[in-house]
Design a protein around this ligand. Sequence first.
Ligand SMILES: Nc1ncnc2c1ncn2[C@@H]1O[C@H](COP(=O)(O)OP(=O)(O)OP(=O)(O)O)[C@@H](O)[C@H]1O
Ligand SMILES: [Mg+2]
Length: 388
Amino acid sequence: MTQKSTGGDVRLSGISKTYGSFTAVHPLDLTVPQGSFFALLGASGCGKTTTLRMIAGLEDPTTGTVFLGDRDVTELPPYKRPVNTVFQSYALFPHLDIYENVAFGLRRRGIKSVKKQVGEMLDLVQLGDFARRKPHQLSGGQQQRVAVARALINHPQVLLLDEPLGALDLKLRRQMQLELKRIQTEVGITFIHVTHDQEEAMTMADTVAVMNAGRVEQLGAPAELYEHPRSTFVANFLGTSNLIEAEVVESGGTGPGAEIAVTAGGGKLRLPAGRSSAGGGSVGSKLLVGVRPEKISLALAEEAGSVPDGRNTVTGRIAASSFIGVSTQYVVDSPVGQGLEVYVQNTEHRDGLAPGADVVLHWNPDHTFGLDAAQDRTAGTEKVEDAT
Ligand SMILES: Nc1ncnc2c1ncn2[C@@H]1O[C@H](COP(=O)(O)OP(=O)(O)OP(=O)(O)O)[C@@H](O)[C@H]1O
Ligand SMILES: [Mg+2]
């Protein structure tokens, strides 16, 4: 069961797809290391499915080459590629029971003794007791696992998953995310998972490629993308960011510990020069300064004296607050910008933090990042929660 496939990485070289005058995928270079769990994340229409279909051989690229290991598979038909796809509509055979659904790929290849392999697959997806049920007698999540087992029994080198959890409700989705991750770890083959759900991508994948309008904007480990977004799109699409328009007053220089100082709304903020994807910045140039909502602490204006030295501070007034259980989310209007978001963990009740209260927002300067101010500050803020 834990046999490691050989053959290597999925490599896309200059792959693109145009339909008439419309470019769905701009020339793309991408390497998915063998055995990794890779996610293609992006809003509806950004080219995720098109990219996946080119890997599967279901779509001819307009330019470029698809490699599996060192092998150029661009001209190979889908059934000759060591790749299987699980779609959102898992399309199980309704008249066949679960056992026969899973056995299908083996039987089609003329393999007679399927019992051992089917048994292993059903164990892998924890459906051993359901072998004789028909698909309609299973829940959505169970059917989804059958679809995965049915694809994996062919021992593909790469499993492609196109929004496979889209039809499931939120709770089941979460459960299946962990389940798919477990299965991937156990079989050790490459999974390429397409989703528009940033939480899903971050939960499951080792590496996430954030796509926007046919291009990969940034690629990295989930924490890397979250903590070091390099564009406003990534900063806003992956979680939430406060992006403040600022002007450089002291340029960073280089070396560890180098800092950039900026002014925004009349106050001064600092950030590590190494966290500015727009570079050190020359004095007088514009910079978008970002900080995540959970990195910010709130103090009432009258407690401002208790804020430790060396923190970035910004004044404001609470415009709205919503209690969501684990945290309270505040919206704060400030001279540096309207609608700043602050998430405060509900560890203790804080009197006075209510709409209308004057507050000081403060955070560790190390948690501040800098972005090129020439970008659209709101890119990626309109999230499509369900693009089905
Ligand atoms: N056969 C086609 N002819 C013309 N345009 C197409 C065709 N297939 C896809 N497109 C366009 O290419 C773009 C990318 O489509 P794709 O299906 O890859 O998006 P996606 O990222 O998978 O979106 P979703 O999350 O909604 O599934 C879309 O704008 C789509 O309308
Ligand atoms: Mg799609």
